[in-house]
Design a protein around this ligand. Sequence first.
Ligand code: ZN
Length: 425
Amino acid sequence: MKRLALIAVLFFTLHNPAFTQLLAQVNAGIPAAPLPEQDTALSALEDLKGDSRYWITVFAEDKYDRTALLEAGLDIVEIDKKTVTGFITGPEMNLLAGHGFITQSRQTIYEYAKKHFKDFPAVDAAYHNYKETVEKLQALTAANVDVASLFSIGKSLEGREVWCLRINPVEKGETPSTRPAAFFMGNHHAREHLTNEVALGLAEHLLERKNDPEIRKYLDTLDIYIAPMTNPDGAEYDIQTGKYRWHRKNTRVNANKSIGVDLNRNYDSRWCQAGASHSPSADTYCGPYAFSEPETENIKKFVEARRNIKTLMSYHSYSDLLLYPWAGKDVPLDNRRDLKVFETMAREMVAFTGYTPQQSSDLYVATGDTTDWAYDTAGIFAFTTELEGGTFYPGAAAINKAVTNNVKAAVYLLSVTEDPYKLAR
Ligand SMILES: [Zn+2]
């Protein structure tokens, strides 16, 4: 949300009688009635065809103009220096000139929504869609060219680049490295938008503190990769109408016209033997064969080309869990030394997040996930974090805490990436 728009919301909120009343109740210690539901009229595009409202920009010089416009029926959403913009009904709009107001531009709410609501619902504007994610990664890289570089690990099914930010002051882009590497990923599942925020927050945290000795030692010794949005098609599809679709998979159009393959069941680790479905309509559809999807194929090639990767974190949401292999076998790891490393890492990380550490299959057995495959094929200490929030859409307010705590856990993971086996000695 723009800052001016925030000011507008604040301005409007403070002048909203219901809010004032609520505030008085809170101050008086009276239990407050729940705030009214968000107006969902804007959220379903097709519902807007019959809506008589317009989205208009009107010249307004000061707070007196703006007050008068509110009284004339304009629902002010954004305030700029010389104009305000918002929603108004057709009949009210037609009276504005008579009140002395000059309208700069106007369009029906349907025209407006078609252009602008292929995005997060307005209440969740703090989340980054694909374009914003790319811009953020580019900005972080541009501001830190001494230590950061950005490259694509491949295209999604619909042709979006899957970007990976690399933090390594010596080797840039796709140049190989012998430094021990850590690989962080988000958004395998479309609707788990908070995971993208945590991965972006981690990148920002490390780059903002690149000269702090605590962080610098990892930058000077490790090779760090962060791919926040590994399923960009799905993430965009989920928010495309301005109303969440609760979409999990990618956007593969299956033979039966259903949409999507579950990317976290599409890896080649006992592929589709348990906890996954061969039915294309299922949310856990494993795909026609392992690595059938470009999004998982991208990660396969990326990991196979980088044998220096020692640790991996794949962010999912939500359940407050930290999971480690096996996911696809209902037995503990045979390798007791590896198990000790996994258990120790998990215990240390949940000290920061408060999540519950456990072997993945203690939750349910599911084959074909990222972490089983990464451990099985490359011996990587690979984890799945199921973030907090209690819902797929916990709102903007959930971002800060999730980022703060999970960044601490991620920095711990960096601290043991150079030599994970020291935890078993
Ligand atoms: Zn998930």
